[in-house]
Write a protein that binds this ligand. Structure first.
Ligand SMILES: Nc1ncnc2c1ncn2[C@@H]1O[C@H](COP(=O)(O)OP(=O)(O)O)[C@@H](O)[C@H]1O
Ligand SMILES: CC(=O)OP(=O)(O)O
Ligand SMILES: [Mg+2]
Length: 402
């Protein structure tokens, strides 16, 4: 019987999962990949094998009240049909915020869980949903080892200066500092750079993780030296519905002059801004691209997104002392040919030149000429979670055995 790891990435209305075989010494190997979406409403379950064949599919109506807990229990029961072949040995979770206390993945117990719950205000869009399945599993499958893998941990390599705000010193002692996010994605990209170009793995690389959440990371020899997100996943680039960096004075204006409550202000910045807020149309780049020729506000939202990416790339280049390579990843970075072309066009001054045919074909290398190179590399946060979960379990077992 093969031991398997279950990797969970829980969103507000979805639960994505992947199941990995873990054989001694080898890289975790994906076997099944699926998701529950529309949780709490009309829920839908779909699971496929690595060849893309559908292994299971189901829909529940809103009368069924099928939420996160039901989805997790359904997954456990779905997996049990394979119990002769595969035995779940642990669950690895994406947890967006690890705060100052967690600089590496950790086996979850009650005190870890309480520390992670204290970080909910720093990542209100993500953290509650990341922690909910951990609580459910602790209640329903009490013996199951669970490992929390953090979006923040990869950035712990940054210098003190790179993580500071120019606020009074005691604010830092309270944990008010830049943490950075999308670290599971950057960890994956850093781990595969050598397969694309050994020079890049040792060089100065900017990774653009452009999805519904978006950030950039400056890698020096594969290590994070700076990133655009900060204390929360709100800072830096404009995103699908998040504003990215705004002057803090805007928030005082919202509270004092517009008389918004802190909750209303937070909702505006997290869920009504970014591509959605500027366009008034959609947070989805596919929709904006389809309307960009006819609707001026769709075009403006895209132009602002690209302009802010270019400005932030300039800032990260300063932190790196130059640039050898630029990597696009995430839903927009991997799929949107036009965004990649527009960003590279804005970087002609650093010697980047687009290979149009390669860009249309999706890469991997999409630059021409002898200057810095540009790449499209699909990310794989789940594989990093599987790697980290296995390594935490291995270390725990070794500790218990000694
Ligand atoms: N074919 C595509 N062309 C352009 N943009 C796309 C395409 N597919 C997905 N996207 C964009 O990617 C976003 C989702 O990115 P993803 O990285 O999956 O998001 P999340 O942050 O939820 O993990 C969508 O909102 C959309 O803007
Ligand atoms: C941290 C973050 O923004 O995550 P996502 O892109 O999944 O929303
Ligand atoms: Mg994501």
């Amino acid at each position: 019987m093969t031991p398997v790891l279950i990797v969970l990435n829980a969103g507000s209305s979805s639960l994505k999962f992947q199941v990995f075989d873990v054989l001694d010494g080898a890289e975790p190997r994906l076997v099944w990949k699926g998701l529950y979406e529309g949780l709490g409403e009309t829920a839908h379950f779909l699971v496929k094998d690595t060849g893309g064949s559908v292994l299971g599919e189901m829909t529940w109506s809103s009368d069924d009240r099928f939420g996160h807990e039901e989805a997790l229990m359904h997954l456990v029961s779905w997996l049990s049909q394979f119990r002769e072949e595969r035995k779940p040995m642990a669950i690895g979770h994406r947890v967006v915020h690890g705060g100052a206390a967690f600089s590496s993945p950790v086996l979850v117990d009650e005190s870890v869980l309480q520390s992670l719950e204290a970080l909910v205000p720093l990542a209100p869009l993500h953290q509650p949903h990341n922690l909910e399945p951990i609580r459910i599993v602790r209640r329903r499958l009490p013996g199951m080892p669970q490992v929390a893998c953090f979006d923040t941990a990869f950035h712990q390599s940054q210098s003190d200066i790179a993580t500071m705000f120019a606020l009074p010193r005691d604010m830092r002692e309270r944990g008010v500092r830049r943490y950075g996010f999308h670290g599971l994605s950057y960890d994956y990209i850093a781990s595969v750079l050598k397969h694309y170009d050994p020079h890049l793995a040792k060089g100065r690389v900017i990774v653009a993780h452009l999805g519904n959440g978006a950030s950039l990371c400056a890698l020096k020899a594969g290590v994070s030296v700076a990133t655009t997100m900060g204390f929360s996943a709100l800072d830096g680039l404009p995103m699908g519905t998040r504003c990215g960096a705004v002057d803090a004075g805007v928030i005082f204006y919202m509270l004092r002059e517009m008389k918004l409550t802190p909750e209303e202000a937070e909702r505006m910045l997290y869920t009504k801004s970014g591509l959605l807020g500027v366009s008034g149309i959609s947070n989805d780049m596919r929709v904006l691209r389809s309307k960009a020729a006819s609707e001026v506000d769709a075009r403006r939202a895209i132009d602002l997104f690209v302009y802010r990416i270019l400005r932030e790339i300039g800032s990260l280049m300063a932190a790196l002392g130059g640039i050898d390579g630029l990597v696009f990843t995430g839903g927009i970075g991997e799929n949107d040919v036009a965004t990649r072309a527009e960003v590279i066009a804005g970087l002609a001054w650093v010697g980047l030149a687009l290979d149009e045919a390669a860009n249309r074909a999706g890469g991997p290398r999409i630059s021409a000429g002898s200057g810095p190179t540009a790449w499209v590399i699909p990310t794989n946060e789940e594989l990093v979670i599987a790697r980290q979960t296995r390594s935490v379990l291995g270390a725990t077992q070794a500790r218990l055995a000694s």
